[in-house]
Design a protein around this ligand. Structure first.
Ligand code: NDP
Length: 427
């Protein structure tokens, strides 16, 4: 279902491209792009602390290597299945193309749930997962990174196992590594920071800024936490964030240090936030974060989390910008409603591309055995996000849909991959 949704969303933008450039239709570029180059599914057996044997399923979909090695994250979540990995891999092709960097598209993960597992269990799972995955990846082949449920801890265990099996310190095989063992500054922050840099560009192009804006950020994971941080640095105020159990409303602004302590150190639930924070903050169990009045909404949790009801609430309450920090968090009907109500809408493949772009910067540093400063890397990220933003608007203009970020992102991403595919022949 999710895969078809993602394909339909891209194809809906391509009619003007194919009529202007019939060579794309003649060479079956679109049909070829919809079929992954390779799909790998494997067994992941591992042993719990109590000695029970568990078996999970592992996936890696190597979608397109036209522009570079397959590149895209690994997700560990009980809901993961092949359709979700294919949707994420398909999106990744165009997102990576939009960055202008030499990276192809892929995605992977497992239906393993790290929640409630001990560090030792997570380590044994990651080692077993990598014991199969290692034969398919490499710095010139396929370079995974993190995603939902896969952060620094999981990447560390996987890189350790890869290094041990191959007897090679091949840093460029995984990105999102810790800074002391081959990682890049700003990679952890990059998706959330990049999301806010993109929104800042949207506001600037309308002669405005983030200063004083009320913002909602759904989720409270890697993307959400760093989006909240950058909104606050640029003068905005995030008044609500969430997890899968409900949302927290804090009218004076989310206390980021407290949120980090709960999510990153204690690995707790967001409901703990209000008990510790007090004041006017409150936890709304099973409520919709989109009911909270705001000017800017950044859905940053998971796919299809913002539906028609959520979109209608945002419109009713005067929201002006929706920008996707997560991958495909807004349903097609919700997008139609938002756009129809003149809410500026920007899709994940453009907005959240800062994560993979910084992964590509990590690969550059690994290849040249170099390590850049935080300031330099953040500066590169912000220029890349400005480039993506401008490319979207210029492309939308060129194809007769001024101001349409969805058309701009889909067409700019597609044409870059499609032109390279034409050059490489029927492969
Ligand atoms: P994390 O695992 O760090 O955080 C995910 C957050 O989303 C958690 O707060 C989680 O809540 C919530 N969430 C997950 N599934 C659901 C669900 N079914 N319903 C409600 N809430 C849910 O992941 P990331 O922050 O890394 O990823 C978030 C999104 O951003 C994903 O769409 C991912 O693909 C995308 N993305 C991530 C990139 C990265 O660099 N990490 C790069 C580009 C895109 P709970 O803890 O309760 O499950």
């Amino acid at each position: 279902m999710e895969f078809h949704q993602a394909v339909r969303e891209v194809l809906a933008s391509l009619a003007p491209v194919v009529s202007k450039h019939p060579q794309y239709a003649d060479s079956a570029v679109i049909r070829r792009l919809c079929e992954p180059e390779r799909q790998i599914i494997f067994r992941v057996p591992w042993v719990t602390d109590s000695g029970r044997i568990e078996v999970n399923r592992g996936f890696r979909v190597e979608f397109s290597s036209t522009l570079g090695p397959y590149k895209g994250g690994l997700r560990f979540h009980p809901s993961l299945n092949l359709g979700i990995v294919k949707f994420l891999g398909f999106e990744q092709i165009f997102k990576n193309a939009l960055t202008g960097l030499p990276i192809g598209g892929g995605k992977g993960g497992s239906d393993f749930d790290p929640k409630g597992r001990s560090d030792a269990e997570v380590m044994r799972f990651c080692q077993s997962f990598m014991t199969e995955l290692y034969r398919h990846i490499g710095e010139y082949t396929d370079v995974p990174a993190g995603d939902i449920g896969v952060g620094g801890r999981e990447l560390g265990y996987m890189f350790g196992q890869y290094k041990r099996i191959t007897n090679r310190y091949e840093s460029g095989t995984l990105t999102g590594k810790g800074v002391s063992w081959g990682g890049s500054q700003v990679r952890t922050e990059a998706t959330g920071y990049g999301t806010v840099f993109f929104v800042d560009e949207m506001l600037k192009s309308a002669g405005s800024s983030l200063d004083g804006r009320k913002v909602l950020v759904s989720g409270s994971g890697n993307v959400a936490i760093h989006a909240i941080e950058k909104v606050h640095q640029l003068g905005g105020r995030v008044i609500a964030c969430s997890d899968s159990t409900g949302y927290v409303l804090d009218p004076s602004g989310i206390d980021l240090e407290l949120l980090r302590e709960i999510k990153e150190v204690r690995r707790g639930r967001i409901s703990d936030y209000c008990d510790l924070r007090g004041g006017q903050s409150r936890f709304v169990a099973d409520g919709s974060i989109w009911d909270v009045p705001c000017e800017i909404a950044l859905p940053s949790a998971t796919q299809n989390e913002l539906d028609e009801t959520g979109a209608a609430a945002l419109i009713r309450n005067g929201c002006r910008i929706v920008a996707e920090g997560a991958n495909m968090p807004t349903t097609p009907n919700a997008i139609r409603l938002l756009v129809g109500a003149q809410v500026q809408f920007a899709p994940g493949k453009a907005v959240n591309a800062g994560g993979v772009a910084t992964s590509a910067l990590e690969m550059q540093q690994n290849a040249s055995r170099d390590s850049w400063t935080f300031e330099h890397t953040q500066d590169r990220l912000s220029k890349i996000m400005r480039g993506i933003h401008d490319r979207c608007l210029e492309t939308a203009d060129e194809y007769g849909s001024p101001g349409d970020y969805v058309a701009g992102a889909n067409i700019a991403g597609f044409t870059r991959v499609a032109d390279a595919m034409l050059a490489l022949g029927v492969i």
